[in-house]
Design a protein around this ligand. Structure first.
Ligand SMILES: Cc1cc2nc3c(=O)[nH]c(=O)nc-3n(C[C@H](O)[C@H](O)[C@H](O)COP(=O)(O)OP(=O)(O)OC[C@H]3O[C@@H](n4cnc5c(N)ncnc54)[C@H](O)[C@@H]3O)c2cc1C
Length: 383
């Protein structure tokens, strides 16, 4: 599983190995998709970044120490695409709620249901699509450019609902992320930027796959699917602040698996992992790794069981966890926060400086955020 690192050590190793490729090579080769699944032109750090086994700041610092800023701009921009989607969804949580509601409420007919099953099994007869559907099933990963083609063919050629395509990816991707996934599907379908769709093109697919694929019968026009009116922009959720003086239970969720690197001096009495918030075995691996590192760092036991009971047993009046952006973990934490409050225990969340600084600038276009990247790098003492 080192192909898509799920421990901090593996992620740091992957970062070191990828560094020589993060400069101008990334700029020119990142969209070439190896049909044999050797994705050496890209970092494959997404599974680790998504779970914060490693931070964006750590990745960007390492890349800037290996390259002049002019030659690694493209890579840094891509890291900020993740930030952009996270910050955008944070300000429009209604888009996530609508997506979840659609997935539950929509009742596709038999023909559409069968077509989706065939697509997911990689049996559409569209060579590139079928190959990538099978690669996703086998590895849990697809190259970004392949994800764009698959999503586009799903929506415009196969005429299938984008929500179920996004749900398919969410179930299968090793880096499944509510913001990056849902909003990338919406971007491809033309629901993010007005008048901008992404239409897959057979010649481009042939060019990017070294001639291995030349799909037949792709849609020539992009019919933007129906969408509900865009939910209003909301104020971002303010996490409850951490009191560094309080005896603390650290709760590790799949949203932040390296809290000891950012909160080294907390008075931690016990660490527990939110096993019920793991959505797949990859989450479980990352949580296990995070728990052993945290326990070693804070010199405390790792417990399992009811959070409030364990907090009381260990004399903790505060539970600290990583800030959970819009998604499944955030919903689960909301319920937990209420339950803890009833027992007189506060649930405080650590929001990373990166998010605190950048998310406010994600409400408009990516290019609005991108124009500020040099300032962010300076503020975060990375450049
Ligand atoms: C339809 C679709 C669905 C997607 N779903 C997810 C998802 O669930 N989770 C996820 O992490 N990414 C998602 N992406 C974005 C992107 O495809 C992956 O982040 C990227 O392919 C991961 O591979 P990498 O780590 O080798 O990326 P690199 O090219 O090495 O990029 C470095 C890092 O930058 C970030 N990044 C790069 N490209 C993007 C992008 N377009 N959007 C957001 N972040 C980016 C990732 O954190 C990545 O690890 C999706 C893209 C599309 C088109």
């Amino acid at each position: 599983m080192d192909d898509f690192p799920l421990t901090r050590v593996a992620a740091l190793k992957r970062l070191t190995r990828f560094l020589p490729k993060a400069g101008s090579a990334y700029g020119t080769q990142r969209n070439l998709v190896d049909p044999n699944g050797q994705h050496d032109n890209v970092s494959r750090l997404s599974a680790a970044l998504r779970r914060r086994l490693i931070g964006e700041d750590e990745v960007v610092r390492a890349v800037l120490s290996a390259h002049r800023i002019e030659s690694c701009t493209k890579f840094i921009d891509e890291v900020f695409w993740r930030t952009y989607w996270k910050g955008w969804l944070e300000q429009r949580p209604g888009v996530w709620r609508n997506y979840l509601a659609d997935c539950t409420a929509m009742r596709p007919g038999t023909a559409v249901t069968e077509a989706m099953a065939e697509a997911i099994a990689g049996r559409t007869g569209i060579d590139a699509f079928d190959h990538w559907a099978q690669e996703l099933a086998e590895t849990g990963y697809l190259h970004n450019w392949a994800r764009m083609q698959v999503a586009s063919i799903w929506v415009f050629t196969l005429d299938l609902p984008w929500q179920f395509g996004a749900q398919w990816f969410e179930d299968k991707l090793v880096d499944a992320d509510p913001a990056s996934n849902t909003l990338s599907w919406r971007w491809v379908a033309g629901l993010h930027t007005a008048d901008k769709t992404y239409l897959a093109d057979a010649d481009r697919i042939a060019a990017m796959t070294g001639g291995k694929f030349r799909p037949q019968g792709l849609a020539q026009t992009a019919q933007v699917p129906y969408d509900r009116p865009l939910p209003p922009q909301e104020l971002m959720r303010e996490p409850k602040a951490i009191d560094p003086a309080l005896p603390t239970l650290v709760l590790i969720t799949p949203e932040d698996c390296s809290l000891e690197t950012v909160l080294p001096t907390l008075d931690v009495r016990i660490v527990i992992v939110a096993a019920d918030m793991a959505r797949n075995p990859w989450d479980q691996t990352a949580l296990g790794d995070a728990a052993s590192r945290a326990a070693a760092h804070w010199q405390c036991p790792v417990g399992s069981g009811d959070v409030a009971t364990l907090a009381k047993q260990h004399g903790c009046s505060q539970v600290v966890t990583g800030f959970a952006p819009i998604g499944h973990v955030a919903s689960a934490l909301e319920d937990l926060g209420t339950a803890l409050e009833r027992r007189g225990i506060s649930l405080a969340e650590h929001q990373r400086n990166w998010d605190r600084l950048c998310w406010h600038h994600c409400g408009k276009s990516f290019f609005n955020l991108k124009s500020r990247i040099p300032l962010f790098l300076e503020d975060l003492a990375l450049a």
